[in-house]
Design a protein around this ligand. Sequence first.
Ligand code: AMP
Length: 550
Amino acid sequence: MTTVVPGLMQKKQFNIINILQHASIWHGNSEVVTNSVEGGIHRINYFDLYDRTCQLSNALSTLGINPGDRIGTMAWNTWRHLECWYGLSGFGAICHTLNPRLFPDQIEYIVNHAENRFIFIDTTFIPVIENVLDKLPKLEGLIVMTDQEHMTDDMQKLTIPVYCYEELLEAESKSFDWPVFSEDTASSLCYTSGTTGNPKGVLYSHASNLNHAMVISHVDLFGLSASDSFLQIVPMCHANGWGLPHNVPMVGGKLVLPGPFMDGKSLFELMTAEKCNKTCAVPTVMTFLQDYLDSENLQIPYMSDIYIGGSAVPQSMIEEFETKYDAAVKHGWGMTELVVGTFNCNLPFMKELSFEQRMKLLSKQGRPAFGMEIKIVDDDGKSLPHDGVAFGKLMARGPRVIERYYKADKSALDSNGWFDTGDVSTIDENGFMQITDRAKDIIKSGGEWISSVDIENSAVRHPEVQIAACLGVKHAKWEERPLLIVVKKEGFNPTKKSIVDVIAQEHAKWQLPDEIVFIDEMPLTATGKIDKKPLRIKFNNFLIKGEINE
Ligand code: AMP
């Protein structure tokens, strides 16, 4: 029974649209700038973007969309995609961000599993859906995120109704009566990339998104403000865009969106023209930028903070951005199931550290955000000490952590409410968590374990190595041994010995890779991380029979 106490604060059910309403009233002139799909820079402020979001929500009613419907978006980071995020959630529907880089059978599985009735889609991705269209029985239509001028005859030939986004909006009023519902209502849906089995849906609520957006505002996390110009490189379909499309309008910052232009040159030009001082990306995208800056001998004078996560950030990358470009790399860890989990930050004692000691610490994945409980446990579930040495399963708990996957019949948690992240890590005496590996990537060599992440991070210290993946592959004597797969930097030809020598500076002899294989291109996952699955298939017998499975 709830006791009503006179004098309590007001209770208002929170709706995601409240963020955009706040931005439009109090930061109405702040801009959302996009390198647009159609070509050219597009600018809009929050005031006008809010009006268009009202028009969009009216259009949802016109299309017969109902609250609770899962409506897909397959789109680049653009202002229209932002309108969909707010319009769909505000309306009470569920904004389901689809990752276009997934395999066609995964896209088919996800659209059917989520029962998407409509998909908002960029022109670029129409072939992706067209490819599987006859296997999507519940899909009723596509809304092409462009204007009438860029609609083509081919689109009208699809065997499904196709609408023009701008035409739909044009016909609608700029005011919308937002529904009031419980803040525990689902607002957004994002599927994991499904490294094992089918992708799994993670359903966020209005409350969890608000909680997340407020927490990542803390200075030791993203700490953004109305005076920042933030370049959102992380795709809005990757782990809920790390929560930033909610956070930036909440604080009234300028939001800069790269659209389809994710190469080093385009990112450099956009961040410079828009005076971006902060950005976020996975390490592979940052290497595109580094390579471009390096080759053209350029600087990024406005950029002060670069938030990198999604896979381990090599220490050499943090060092390079600080010493060569005067930009601080903030290394964070997270996952679709909880979005942002930990972030590295400066603590008072770090002022006393040498450069080398500080860099070593900054390369860890950091300390938990408020409300994110983490612990490491052994195989029996016993908690391990925070000594920076003991490593075990990384578990997480809290109001921003998944309870169960979408449509799953059982909880994803243990009996005490902890979620097993599938990562293995240490936590040191100062609370800095460091990912040792994904549980399935740890290399089990005889009785010893070798961290594939550590070997990769050392390998990319070699100035002629572009990217490296370390795999545990079958070995006749030791069960598994490390094999290093390397992509060379363009125009360079490093020897195997020189790479091993660099790794040996940070590793014991028994941890060094048994062999190095050079390949032309590293396979990447749909979110731009190294995809070890095809490499394992190809090279699993390499150390036994020298065999490559093509
Ligand atoms: P996703 O849900 O696709 O973002 O993948 C989440 C997984 O990416 C985590 O469980 C980790 O294995 C990995 N990951 C994310 N951030 C980091 C990081 N900073 N260092 C190492 N691995 C990371």
